[in-house]
Ligand binder design. Structure first.
Ligand code: C2E
Ligand code: CA
Ligand code: CA
Length: 785
């Protein structure tokens, strides 16, 4: 038989079919391998892929069996099918599984290739020996060559598969196709050479040259397959090296290349900047030197995860060369070359600024920006913790009397300074015994152990009885405090806040400058700001507010020289509400304007009534808030009223607080001027509480100074100041009156200091009009006069 005819041991139709199935197997292998890599829940894809690959692989080999003219029984075909399908599946599974490991070690590569070779040989050599068991003719030399070729093909095939699976780069499509054809051709050739090696093909045992043709074919196909990864692999490598270079140099973050031992092998400029090590010192440095003990462990765990293929970000701190630490975010990526794990790349970003702003945001969420004290949210959290631990604690709510006036007078920045000062004072007093917070405006809230609430409350109240020195100005701000106990009063946190508030208002009602513990009786008369505002509005409209009069007395002539009108509000359920409680509410809500117009009108009515009855009328003073005074048309309103009631201006006095002067000096002065032109007197109320500088006094259109109660209360310590105020007043031609006079001792000392006009409980508290009329008519004698 001639050389060429010997190829036709095999039917060419089946040869074509075989090549077709072989190439198909390669395509299926590559596609499924990629799919398995991408899809999560790999198990299912892996099995499906393996099954499909096994079938097409098996078809490749089975069609070879039909291409030879050697008969076989159905029974033999059945056994063959089972054996060969088993090997096909097994080989496919191994190939897909290993190529998907991502990083394939040398060992895995070699053993994987050997296993694939075994599965091919199993499919063919073993399978065919079952199929053609009657026509076996083992040609050992050819069989060895077949085995070695199969092994060689397995190596190349597997390498190609791994590379194609893991390096998904654009522009490798062409190589993928060439590779698939080469691999398919090599694969297709193997069953032919196996058949030639083991069965008798035309009765003879001799190895003819024609039999070698398929071997040559397989060798050529294999050669091509071997070249494919190198050809496109080089191109990829080139691309990668460009990519790496730019990743290194143009990365705004520090980039470190670290080997498997944890030593830096390369680093960019930014890396030097972040770590403080010059580049040459960085190289060779162990990454351990960047972390302290605590962070080291976390980093090691993270790196392990990275080497296992997980992608993570680590936020940690690194130690710079100088020993300072920087907040960084590290993104480690394992570095692979030819599917060999080389180490890791780490991209390190300095996140100090981000961290700082995060911390600031976090801080602000739980702190008051002004005083830096905890805020309401933080307090709520703390309370939740205390409640959970079942700690007995007290909530002390502090509100500063007359704080609003300070703000109005000196402006907000001065008010802010006072709040900061108060915060410092409270923190100092409480120290580690509790938590001091500012929960808004001039409200401070303190949590302390219940056992210590009383001494702490006392020390706070007494602390604020001494004036604070702010910007060289003495400010006296007394505190009113309400205390509610957990769990004694309630275990409901919202109620606890409410109760402390109720108790605080109770303190204010009782003349402020003190503390009160909550009790359930208070709740019944609880003052709710909003309700109060609504009721107050109605009270003004319905003229339910009453005027009380407090006489002013001359201690030398022992005569009433005038009176001050003080407003009284009798609220249905609660009884009398002190002005200290509702005047601030009126000021906040703007109700103060109609309220004061009411007082002005009523006072005018009273005076004109007295005049009509032919009584001797002494000057009556009315308290005027800054808000009202600044209202346009205020002077006009007052003048209109005195003319409406036919009253001489000198029967009226307006008491304003000294803060009035600081603001809108010119506007205020022109208003005061218009009033004084008509004989109305102006006095400065609470004099001495605002600020120590008296320099404004000569600029102001006023007649009288009312020395504040706080001076009289501490008259022994304040003698010098009172004396200074009196002499200053005299030099400016102002009259002085002392308010809050409660004892004879005070009366005498004041007289000694040169102040003969007084007002206070020593002579009379504010009284209803009828009683005041009796006082005026001398029918009623002052006990003390
Ligand atoms: P103020 O103008 O300084 O009034 C003096 C306050 O001291 C009055 O309190 C008065 O009852 C009280 N007082 C009088 N003598 C003594 C004393 O010997 N010892 C003590 N401890 N206190 C004494 P009241 O009536 O509760 O008024 C409190 C504040 O409410 C007033 O302080 C004033 O600022 C405001 N107020 C009262 N009525 C009016 C009003 O019609 N209009 C405005 N804008 N404010 C008013
Ligand atoms: Ca007054
Ligand atoms: Ca006063």
């Amino acid at each position: 038989m001639g050389y060429f005819t010997e190829i036709y041991f095999f039917d060419y139709k089946f040869i074509i079919l075989t090549v077709f199935f072989a190439v198909a197997s390669c395509v299926i292998g590559i596609e499924f391998s990629k799919k398995v890599r991408i899809v999560h829940g790999k198990g299912k894809s892996l099995l499906q892929g393996s099954a499909l690959l096994a079938v097409s692989f098996w078809l490749t080999h089975a069609s070879v069996a039909f291409s030879v003219d050697v008969p076989f029984s159905m029974m033999a075909f059945g056994i063959y099918s089972i054996v060969s399908l088993f090997f096909c599946f097994w080989g496919s599974f191994i190939a897909l599984k290993i190529s998907n490991l991502g990083s394939v070690t040398g060992k895995q590569y070699i053993s994987g290739s050997i296993l694939i070779a075994i599965s091919i040989l199993g499919t063919d050599a073993l399978g065919y020996s079952f199929l053609f068991h009657d026509d076996m003719d083992w040609k050992v030399s050819l069989l060895i060559v077949t085995g070695l070729l199969t092994l060689g093909c397995s190596f190349s095939l597997f390498r190609f598969l791994i590379q194609i699976t893991n390096d998904d780069h654009v522009g490798i499509g062409k190589w993928k196709h060439i590779g698939s054809v080469a691999a398919g051709a090599a694969l297709a050739g193997i069953p032919f050479i196996t058949l030639i090696s083991i069965i008798r093909l035309d009765g003879g045992n001799a190895i003819t040259p024609g039999m070698l043709t398929p071997f040559i074919f397989v060798i050529l196909a294999h050669l091509l397959l071997m070249l494919v990864p190198d050809l496109f692999g080089d191109r990829l490598l080139l691309k990668h090296s460009h990519a790496y270079k730019s990743l290194f140099n143009h990365n705004p973050g520090g980039v470190f290349s670290v080997d498997l031992k944890g030593n830096v092998v390369n680093a960019n400029e930014a890396a030097s900047r972040i770590t403080g090590y010059p580049n040459e010192e960085l190289i060779g440095l162990s990454i351990d030197s960047f972390f302290d003990e605590r962070n080291k462990q976390a980093i090691n765990v993270a790196l392990h995860n990275v080497l296992d293929g997980r992608i993570i970000n680590i936020e940690t701190q690194i130690l710079q060369k100088q020993g300072t630490s920087v907040n960084v975010r590290i993104t480690p990526i394992r570095s692979m070359i030819n599917n060999q794990m080389m180490g890791t790349f780490a991209i390190v970003e300095d996140i100090t600024e981000k961290k700082e702003s995060e911390q600031k945001i976090k801080f602000l969420a739980y702190h008051d920006e002004l005083t830096k004290l905890p805020n309401r949210s933080m307090v709520k959290n703390e309370i939740a913790v205390l409640a959970k631990e079942n700690t007995h604690f007290s909530m002390m709510l502090i509100d500063f009397d007359r704080f609003k006036r300070i703000n109005d007078t000196f402006g907000h920045s001065f008010g802010d300074k006072i709040l900061i000062h108060i915060g410092d004072q409270l923190s100092r007093l409480i120290g580690s015994q509790g938590i001091v917070s500012r929960i808004g405006g001039d409200e401070f809230l303190i949590l302390v152990p219940s056992a210590k609430n009383k001494p702490l409350a006392e020390s706070i109240i007494s602390e604020f009885n001494t004036p604070m020195l702010i910007n060289g100005i003495e400010v006296l701000l007394t505190a009113s405090m309400g205390i509610a106990n957990y769990p004694a009063h309630t275990t409901n946190i919202d109620d606890l806040f409410k109760y402390a508030d109720i108790a605080m208002y109770h303190s204010k009602e009782n003349g402020a400058n003190g503390y009160s513990f909550y009790n359930s009786a208070m709740a019944d008369t609880a003052l709710n700001k909003l309700d109060m505002e609504n009721d107050l509005r109605a009270a003004i409209e319905n003229k339910e507010l009453m005027l009380y009069f407090q006489p002013k007395f001359n201690t030398v002539h022992k005569k009433i020289i005038g009176s001050e009108v003080l407003i009284r509000w009798k609220r249905d359920l609660q009884g009398f509400i002190p002005p200290n409680v509702f005047i601030p509410v009126a000021e906040e809500s703007g109700l103060i304007v109609p309220l004061e117009r009411f007082v002005i009108e009523e006072t005018c009515r009273v005076i004109s009534d007295w005049l009509e009855k032919g009584k001797e009328v002494k000057r009556v003073s009315i308290n005027i808030s800054l808000i009202t005074l600044l209202q346009e048309g205020f002077a006009a309103y007052v003048l209109e009223k005195i003319s409406e009631f036919h009253i001489a201006g000198n029967l009226l006095e307006l008491e304003i607080t000294e803060r009035v002067v600081m603001k809108n000096e010119d506007d205020v002065n022109s208003t005061l001027h218009k009033l004084r032109e008509q004989g109305i007197k102006i006095s400065i109320d609470d004099f001495g509480t605002g600020y120590s500088s008296l320099s404004y006094l000569d600029k102001l259109n006023v007649d009288i100074l009312k020395i504040d109660q706080s001076f009289i209360r501490n008259i022994q310590q304040k003698k010098e100041v009172i004396s200074a105020i009196i002499s200053l007043a005299k030099s400016l031609n102002l009259r002085v009156i002392a308010e809050g006079v409660e004892t004879l001792n005070q009366v005498e000392l004041l007289r000694y200091l040169g102040c003969e006009e007084v007002q206070g409980y020593y002579y009379s508290p504010p009284v209803p009009i009828e009683e005041f009329e009796r006082q005026l008519e001398h029918k009623y004698r002052f006990q003390n006069a």
